[in-house]
Design a protein around this ligand. Structure first.
Ligand code: ZN
Length: 329
């Protein structure tokens, strides 16, 4: 049992490791034992995950029916796939940010948009087919959410003896939320530390969220909170927050330079070609997502531009003004 004592409050929570069928492994769902009994995230929609959640609650003398509320960090299957089922047993209220609603209600539609975007970024036919099958497989692990409550940045959840503040931290998902316990400076961080992912806004014209730009802003927000412990959706708690943030920032600088060098070397190139040069074996949803993040940063810095044709997006290097002037002289 993890018992945290602060000046004015005590938040009592347990970490429940729930199995997922995904390469990321278990998801950490957090059980808050102060009233009202709360889950932060709740796992995938599989009998195994439901059984695991039920068994672990029982270890603490609780049934599914005792859960009063579920706070969702973001609407990916490992975090909210099981929410509808838990709600059915418990009538718990399910909370999430409004920008996650579409994904939670209709994941099939969201994945269809991603497939079209990936094609636009250069993903070839055979890999598109593979991706389609992978996404189709993923749909089995989500039960669409029909009833939920919408929460905004800054909202405070009050418990018996503790409070949690909602912090909007877009990047990994556009409506990603962290939950912050102020007295002991704990952050339930969902997948914020895992990096940014592609989030389509529209098809024709193809528009996307600037995931990595948002992500970097979200990390800056964390820096200002003086957090003592991060409790992530996957993996172990992190205590040396500044060191983690510094490491992430250094990685960003290196990766950005690497991607700029590839673009410079190629002249014109699709995001897919960049991703496959860097990570030939990676799932290309992840690879292209990562590359697009750096393209957004490089566009903001005026170093690359996008050339959008009807069916394909190509990026190219923009020569700095001084080089251009030298050429003219
Ligand atoms: Zn996750």
């Amino acid at each position: 049992m993890d018992k945290i004592q602060g000046g004015y409050s005590i938040l009592t929570y347990e970490t429940l490791g729930i199995p997922t069928p995904f390469p990321v492994g278990n998801i950490n769902c957090y059980l808050i034992k102060n009233e009202p009994i709360t889950l932060i995230d709740c796992g995938v929609y599989t009998p195994k995950a439901l059984e695991s959640l039920t068994d672990q609650l029982r270890n603490f003398g609780l049934e599914l029916g005792d859960v009063k509320q579920i706070l969702i960090t973001h609407a990916h299957p490992d975090h909210c796939g099981l929410a509808s089922v838990v709600k059915k047993y418990s009538n718990a209220k399910v909370y999430l940010h409004e920008k996650e609603i579409n994904k939670a209600m209709d994941r099939a539609e969201h994945l269809k948009r991603i497939e079209l975007h990936l094609a636009y970024y250069g993903l070839p036919e055979d890999l598109r087919h593979e991706m389609h099958n992978y996404f189709k497989w993923q749909l089995d692990f989500v039960q669409p959410l029909k009833k939920f409550e919408v929460i905004e940045d800054g909202h405070i959840f009050t418990f018996d003896g503790a409070e949690l503040q909602v912090i909007l931290t877009p990047g990994h998902a556009i409506g990603h939320l962290c939950y912050f316990e102020k007295s002991d400076r704990l952050l339930f961080s969902g997948d914020l530390m895992l990096g940014s992912l592609l989030e389509p806004i529209s098809i024709e014209p193809y528009r996307r969220e600037r995931g990595l730009v948002d992500y970097i802003e979200s990390l800056k927000k964390l820096s200002s909170l003086n957090i003592s412990l991060i409790l992530p959706g996957h993996g172990k708690p992190m205590s040396d927050i500044e060191a983690h943030l510094k490491r992430i920032a250094n990685n960003h600088q290196q990766r950005k330079k690497q991607i700029l060098d590839i673009i410079k070397g190629e002249g014109k190139i699709t995001p897919f070609r960049i991703a496959s040069r860097l990570w030939p074996k990676l799932n290309m949803f992840l690879g292209i997502s990562e590359v697009l993040g750096y393209i957004d940063l490089l566009i903001m810095e005026g170093k690359v531009q996008e050339d959008q044709t009807e069916s394909r997006l190509i990026v190219f290097h923009v020569k700095p003004f001084d080089t251009l002037n030298e050429n003219i002289v």
